[in-house]
Write a protein that binds this ligand. Structure first.
Ligand code: AMP
Ligand code: ZN
Length: 494
């Protein structure tokens, strides 16, 4: 078992990550705000957290992973209002899409996925605890704020210099300027047209930061092993989570903090507000594969920012194709028992140990992916030369499975996922966003074509030639040609 050494934003050092006080490693990752479809930058963060949990498990460490779903916040309220819908109805659609996208990208579902609106009581209790210590205070409009001057360690995560900070200056927005450390909102007094809850704090709704503190504590306890999120969350969100939680409990909130750096497009953060983003669905509709997107987003280690390019996506597609071809070759077998190729034996052992070492070293996914290529090369050339033995192949397959337990790209679900994206586009009236050749190729599954061909044969038997011709025309429009022969009708895609 290899111990995982992971950079800890809090200490500023690479440190061993292991469970403390419980058999499973308890971790919390900030989840999506479901006000729109997630973009692949968001998924870069979730993918690297997925690698973390998969690798820990491979090393024999069970994980208890919480990822919240933020289903009430400033952005949601704004967008739901614009759409003229109640927030629950508005968010349901994006929550469903988010979990579909997670699944398509091979991201495992965390053990717990609490929704903020289902934990209002815990948020209120936490604010009451802070109020009892006079750390939370209420303003005239009925909102509650966190008095950051009362938390001496404020800034310890983001290493902010709080010199010149104005005592008592407040901020209402959940997201605020980098240099504006201020008393932040814990509870926002009810406003006309906004959702609110009647509580002992008065009518209102939670601020975004308290949501995560309350859900993490409710499920994992006051003190747990790891907290993760994208780099933008370090300040103010995570800093505020620490302040609220530690001020209330007097204990260390999360011991280890992991921040995934941004996915960039031409040097700028991929984000909704800049409009330079791609959703997974956009890319699938253009004919890119879900597996290649996963592999691409993992190809740069989480501590480095990564630039998105279609060129690199193409290279990831090819790399997966080669790996799958290789995997099939090893599975096909037919290698001689008793024959052993020493070069392959050595390359396989080296690839296996380098793979594990790379991930154990601060989740270096780039080196981990590169580590298995030596084995692939050696096994391919031995297979070409006829010197690959059955035992070699079995060992190669075992190492390939180690790789795939983490990278999860060998199983080919790409066409199925693209088909699902097309179905979604059709339902949303967005088929025009899809590549026309893809629509032609995937509009009908083989089974659907078979059924139509069968129906046409029956129609002809019943001398319903109009129906038979209509089916032929419909298939042709979708790129399928029927050829009649004396053995019946055959079909092929154009
Ligand atoms: P949101 O749904 O906006 O709350 O974001 C969900 C997650 O995606 C958070 O952990 C963000 O830090 C992360 N995130 C947002 N933009 C990017 C990006 N361009 N690259 C990587 N992660 C991002
Ligand atoms: Zn959070």
């Amino acid at each position: 078992m290899a111990a995982l050494e992971l950079f800890n934003t809090l200490s500023g050092k690479v440190e061993r990550l292991e469970p403390v006080g419980a058999p499973a490693l308890r971790m919390y990752a900030c989840g999506p705000t479901i006000y729109d479809y997630g973009h692949i930058g968001n998924f870069r963060t979730f993918l690297h957290v997925d690698v973390l949990r998969r690798f820990l498990r491979q090393q024999g460490v069970a994980v208890e992973h919480v990822m919240n779903v933020t289903d009430v916040d400033d952005k949601i309220i704004r967008n739901a209002k614009a759409a003229g819908k109640p927030i629950a109805e508005y968010t349901a659609r994006f929550e469903k899409a988010f979990f579909e996208d997670m699944e398509a990208l091979g991201i495992e579902r965390p053990e717990h996925v609490p929704r903020a609106t289902e934990h209002i009581a815990e948020m209120v209790t936490l604010i009451e605890q802070l109020a009892a210590k006079d750390i939370a205070y209420q303003t005239e409009d009925g909102s509650w704020y966190f008095r950051i001057a009362r938390f001496a360690e404020y800034g310890k995560l983001s290493k902010k210099d709080l010199e010149g900070m104005e005592d008592g200056a407040r901020v209402d927005a959940d997201e605020y300027e980098k240099d504006a450390a201020r008393d932040f909102a814990l509870w926002k007094a009810a406003k006309e047209g906004e959702p609110s809850w009647q509580t002992v704090l008065g009518a209102g709704r939670p601020g975004w930061h308290i949501e995560c503190s309350a859900m993490a504590t409710a499920i994992l306890g006051e003190s747990f092993d790891l907290h993760a999120g994208g780099e933008d969350l370090m300040f103010p969100h995570h800093e505020n989570e620490i302040a609220q939680s530690e001020a209330a409990s007097g204990r260390t909130f999360a011991r280890h903090w992991m921040h995934v750096r941004f996915l960039l497009v031409e040097g700028k953060k991929m984000s909704k507000s800049l409009g330079n983003f791609y959703t997974l669905r956009d890319l699938l509709l253009k004919g890119h594969r879900a597996s290649a997107i996963r592999y691409l987003l993992l190809s740069v280690p989480y501590r480095h920012q990564m630039n998105f390019t279609f060129e690199a996506l193409g290279a990831a597609t090819n790399a997966i194709e080669r790996l799958r071809t290789f995997h099939q070759r090893m599975l096909r077998g037919g290698f001689a028992a008793g024959v052993v190729d020493a070069t392959v034996t050595a390359a396989t052992a080296k690839s296996a140990s380098e793979f594990t070492a790379a991930l154990a070293n601060d989740l270096n996914t780039a080196e981990a992916a590169a580590a298995i290529s030596e084995m692939v090369r050696a096994a391919n050339s031995a297979a070409d030369a006829g010197t690959l033995g059955g035992e070699n192949a079995a060992e190669v397959l075992r190492v390939l499975m180690l790789f795939d337990e983490v990278f999860a790209v060998l199983e080919d679900r790409d066409e199925e996922l693209t088909r699902a994206a097309l179905k979604w586009a059709e339902a949303e009236g967005r088929t025009k966003d899809a590549a026309p050749e893809l629509v032609l190729k995937l509009a009908l599954s083989d089974a659907e074509i078979e059924a139509l061909v069968e129906e046409r044969t029956e129609a002809k038997k019943a001398r319903n030639f109009a129906r038979a011709d209509a089916i032929r025309a419909e298939l042709l429009a979708k790129g399928v040609v029927i050829e009649d022969s004396k053995d019946g009708a055959r079909w092929k895609r154009k």
